[in-house]
Design a protein around this ligand. Sequence first.
Ligand SMILES: [Zn+2]
Length: 186
Amino acid sequence: MSFEWTPHRFSGGALALDVANSVILRADPDKRLDRFAAPEHLSAFPAAAEVLCAERDDFTRLAPVSMENQSHFLELREKVDAFYRLKAAERRDDPVLLAELLEAIARIFRAHAADGTPEPVDLATARSALRLIAMPEPDRLKICPNCGWLFIDRSKNKSRAWCDMAVCGNRAKARLHYQRKKRKDG
Ligand SMILES: [Zn+2]
């Protein structure tokens, strides 16, 4: 099946969350799918993020992650997901997960101490993750009840329920409709 980095895949509202959301159905071992596992998708991600990521004004140009930094980038992704998922679910900062996230961020800053532009995507992700730690309204950090993606709710009254209304919102509505109909018919 063909795959594209569509606007839906940048529903996170922050680069660090879009990167975390590159793992589909993370909690389901049978259906879990890592979009970065295919090298061509991983290398196409930065160019898509330049155009589609909510934080795109922060990094006009992004370079792909280098081969030698790839494992650190993927580790940062997992630490971002672990820390922010718990923060969204339980509204607290877990000190151990925070320490691990900060270590993953620090490793990437150290690896890029001498780099210029365009900014490598792993460094931009580390900066994004760092910004999120101090986000002013942590209750805007949410987990999509349909797909499990992390996202920032930037709506005026913090009422956004889905990562993407057009995709997950509609799927959930269709499912509800189907269940109601089944109950009525059956
Ligand atoms: Zn969703």
